[in-house]
Design a binder for this molecule. Structure first.
Ligand SMILES: NC(=O)C1=CN([C@@H]2O[C@H](COP(=O)(O)OP(=O)(O)OC[C@H]3O[C@@H](n4cnc5c(N)ncnc54)[C@H](OP(=O)(O)O)[C@@H]3O)[C@@H](O)[C@H]2O)C=CC1
Ligand SMILES: CC(C)(CO)C(=O)C(=O)O
Length: 308
């Protein structure tokens, strides 16, 4: 399986290093100082268990890279439309494209460009980021990647083959009856912690200890669940309760990547998170007042720190 990965950060760097460590052919599409460092020194994946150094083919121009069996789209939501177009020379008749963005719309965007059969659905649960040019660091023990076809099913032989390849490379790829349900279940949690740890600029324990904020978290979970159900997603009846219990058990210092991006003055994925809940809710006739407020509060920072 020839794999191309667009975006060599937390997700793409982790998956690329694992595949390369298992001698699978991978081309990374990277840019800037990270690209130059990977080209010169290789890509280092630093994990609690130790470091792995791999020397991938790396480029910012996939036009000479040839077609791939699998293209992993591992950029932030706001960079996905550009990455989907950048993938064109990598895509042939049998190529599948696997997006891992937070939110619930990536697979549909891929399907619009390349057709529903080519688009896969991916849900990433991991804590990893670029800590220096050429270096991706993973924290803690969460690291799983739920993968299905565009409908969220895993029984397609190609999806089974792809999961087997990733599993053989050491990547955790859980069984899942409906990956779209899993994606929305993560989104229930992510919209709440992304919106609140960013908008309130605080850690999860500070949200838990502030009754007004913990109440807002529960209401954000409920809004997202209402939008999911209005769109026909078969969330189990106890989904909200389970997500709130899981949020209560998360590490006290937890903050979503949105909060880290805000602090560092980087662009925010909010159009794909609280903005998406508001937009999809409006289309489905569901009120989402808190997602709207969080999106409005964070909007001045959407393209990075205002003024620079
Ligand atoms: N990292 C994590 O722990 C988790 C991330 N996710 C989701 O996964 C998605 C990917 O996130 P993550 O891996 O953290 O993102 P990162 O920012 O760590 O990595 C993305 C990389 O892609 C690069 N990039 C963007 N556009 C292009 C392009 N056109 N050509 C080449 N390189 C490009 C970025 O470069 P530059 O820095 O120059 O923009 C960056 O190096 C997001 O939607 C995120 O929410 C989900 C679960 C956990
Ligand atoms: C919440 C978490 C860490 C889970 O993977 C995440 O997706 C993010 O912060 O981007």
């Amino acid at each position: 399986m020839r794999t191309a990965i667009i975006g060599a950060g937390g997700i793409g760097g982790y998956l690329g290093a694992n595949l390369l460590g298992a001698d699978r052919p991978v081309t990374l599409i990277a840019r800037g100082a990270h690209l130059r460092a990977i080209r010169e020194q290789g890509l280092r994946l630093s994990e609690p268990e130790g470091d792995t150094l791999v020397r991938p083919e790396v480029t910012d121009d996939p036009s000479g890279a040839g077609q791939a069996d699998l293209v992993i789209l591992a950029v932030k939501g706001q960079d996905l439309p550009r990455a989907i177009e950048l993938a064109r020379p990598l895509v042939g008749g049998g190529t599948r494209l696997l997006p891992f963005q937070n939110g619930v719309e990536a697979s549909d965007l891929v399907a619009e460009a390349y057709g529903r059969d080519a688009a896969l659905t991916g849900v990433a649960r991991i804590l990893a980021n670029i800590t220096a040019p050429g270096v991706v660091t993973r924290y803690g023990d969460i690291r799983s990647f739920t993968i299905g076809d565009a409908q969220g099913r895993q029984d397609d032989p190609l999806v089974a083959g792809l999961r087997a390849t990733l599993k053989a490379a050491g990547v955790l790829v859980p069984d899942c009856a409906d990956v779209r349900v899993d994606q929305w279940t993560k989104f229930l949690m992510f919209n709440a912690i992304s919106s609140l740890t960013a908008a309130a600029r605080c850690r999860l324990d500070e949200i838990q200890q502030t009754p007004e904020l913990w109440d807002m978290a529960a209401r954000l979970v409920a809004e997202t669940a209402a939008v999911a159900r209005a769109r026909g997603v078969a969330l189990p009846a106890e989904a909200e309760e389970k997500v709130i219990a899981a949020m209560a058990a998360m590490p006290p210092e937890a903050r979503a990547s949105t909060a880290h991006d805000l602090e560092q003055g980087k662009p925010l994925e909010i159009d794909w998170i609280c903005g998406a809940v508001a937009r999809l809710g409006e289309a489905a006739g569901v009120q989402t007042p808190l997602s709207r407020v969080c999106h409005a509060i964070l909007s001045p920072w959407k393209h990075g720190r205002p003024g620079g």
